[in-house]
Write a protein that binds this ligand. Sequence first.
Ligand code: PLP
Length: 486
Amino acid sequence: MSKLIFENSRVGRKGYTLPKNDVEVKLENILPAKYRRKADAVLPEVSELDVMRHFLNLGHKNHSIEKGFYPLGSCTMKYNPKVNEVAVRNSGLGNLHPYQPESTVQGALEILYELQEDLAEISGMKEVTIQPVAGAQGEFTGLKVIAAYHIAKGNTHKKTIIMPDSAHGTNPASCTLAGFDVVELPSNEFGKVDIDQLKELVNENTAGFMLTNPNTLGLFESRIEEIAEIIHSVDGLVYMDGANLNALLGIVQPGKIGFDVLHINLHKTFSTPHGGGGPGSGPVGVVEKLVPYLPVPMVRKDANGVYSMDYSHADTSIGKVHTFFGNFAVNVRAYVYIKMQGAKGMRSISENAIINANYLQKKLAPYYNIEYKNTFCMHEFVADGTWQKDKNDIHTLDIAKRLLDKGIHAPTIYFPLIIKEAMMIEPTETESKETLDDFINIMIEVAHECDSDPELLHHAPISTPVKRVDDVLAARQLDVRYIPEN
Ligand SMILES: *Cc1c(COP(=O)(O)O)cnc(C)c1O
C-alpha cells in the first residue's frame, strides 16, 4: 500500500516557485478575524514529482472505462469518444461567458439549437429543452409541464401519477417534489405493464402515467399505443423515462407512439462521461400541445439564420430550472457524438447494443437465474444470484465484490426491486466480442467459485487496494480526515 500524501510530507519541501510578494496585504482587511484560522492548516509539503505520482497512483487504483469493462454500461459509464473532449476544450467554446452578447456567441447558440433539433428528431417530439442538468431534474421538469397543462385547463383535481413497480427510484421522488401523489402499478408475470390493472387504477384524478421503455428489466413495453389510449381517455399525459435510449436510437421515436413527454440522459446514451453525481444533462421533449410550458429560454433561429435566446413564452412557461443554458459542456459533447454518428450511426448504436446484450443473456443463462430469459432483451437484462443464494448462501453483493478482484466494475445490484438478488447487465455497443467473451468466462468462473470456495466469495474483494468495506457504516459515519500524529 503506497503512503498517503501527508505521510510523504517533509517540512519546507515544495513544488512551486513564486516571486516574492511585493504587495502589502493586511489580512484583517480581507477577512474578519472570526472567520480566520487560529492555526495554520496542515497541508502536505511535497515536490511537484511527488504530487504527480500521488495522483497517478490514485488513478491507477481506480477503475475506469479506459481500464476495463463495466457490466452496466451506459447507466454507469459507456465509452466516451475522446473527440468529444477535444471539441469541448476548444477555447472558442470553453472560454465563453454566459453574459456575452448573443451576437458574439452565434456558434455556441447554433450548437445548442442543433442539439435541440436533433434530439427532437431522435425522440419524435415537437420541441426539446436542454436546460435540465440530470435525469431526475428532467423528470421534475417534465412533471411540472404536466402540472402546468392540467392547471391551464382548470383540472386542478388531477393529482395522481401512475407508475409501474419496476420504476427507477427517481420517478416517485420527482413526482412527490412536483406535487403529485404516486399510484403504484404491479408488473404482470412477464415483467410488463398489466393493462387490466392499469384500467382499474385510471380515473378522473389521473394526471399522467410514467413509464420506462425499455423497462428497467430490459424488456420492451410493446402495448404502448393501448396504454396511451387508456391514459389519454381521461386527458392524462404519458411520460416516458428515456434516461437510457440505448435500445431505441433510430428505431423508435417515442413521440410517435403515444408518449407526450420524455427525458433523455445525455450522460448515458449520448456518451458524455458521468459518475459520482455529475455532471449530466437531462433534456426534456414534449408534444406540440405542451410546448408553451417548457422552461425559458429556448434557442431559436430566425429567417436570416441568426440565433437567439427566446423568452417569448415566459407567461405560460414553468420558468427556469437551471442557471443559464444548462450544462453547456455536456451538451457540446453530446452534440459532437450525434453529429459524428449521423442517422445511420445512431441506429447501429442501438442494434449493436441489443445484439451484445442478448449474446450475454444467452451465454450466462445456464449459470445465473434470469427471470425473463425466454424473451429477447433490449439493451440490458437482469440476471440474479438466487441460485447461488439458495445453494451456497452467497449473495449478489458477494458476486459483485468478487468481480472487482477480476478487474471488472461491479454491475448495478439489487435493482430493480422486483427481482430478488438482482444484477443488471448492459454491455453497450462499443464492447468487442472478445471483451464480452472474457466477461462471460469470468462470470462462469465466479459461478464455479460459489460452489468450490464460498468463503472466498464472502470475503471478496481480496486483491483491491481497499478490501470489503462496511458500506452502511461508511455511509452513516463517513470519516475521511487525516489527523497527524503529533
Ligand atoms: C439514471 C436514470 C434516472 C436518473 O438519472 P440521473 O441523471 O441520475 O438523475 C432515471 N431513470 C432511469 C431509468 C435511469 O436509468
